[in-house]
Design a protein around this ligand. Structure first.
Ligand SMILES: [Zn+2]
Length: 104
């Protein structure tokens, strides 16, 4: 169970970062990653985690985890994916555990 969560969390890093950077995340992309039965769960988790990654100030994007910025969308995407990958995975794992507990 726990290693399953880690695997799903790893898959959801990229869509979470994209969402945080206001890039399009297609439903198809999520279904391909986790399967149709987990789509809703995955979208909830992505929503929650992406909220903690980025903030906007005067229409400029900043990293909420280390306060660096401003970044362009692409720059922030690269920053989050490279610098904060592990933290984001841990946040996703925690949210997944929480969501799964709620369902059960
Ligand atoms: Zn940062």
């Amino acid at each position: 169970m726990d290693s399953g969560i880690t695997i799903i969390a790893e898959k959801l890093i990229d869509p979470s970062v994209k969402k945080a950077c206001k890039m399009m995340v297609k439903d198809d992309e999520i279904i391909k990653l986790v399967g149709i039965s987990s789509k809703k769960l995955a979208l909830n988790v992505i929503d929650k985690v992406s909220f903690w990654l980025v903030y906007e100030n005067n229409n400029l994007l900043y990293c909420k985890l280390c306060n660096r910025g401003p970044f362009t969308k692409k720059g922030l995407y690269l920053h989050l994916s490279r610098v904060h990958r592990r933290e984001i995975r841990e946040m996703l794992e925690e949210e997944l555990r929480h969501e799964i507990r709620t369902i059960i």
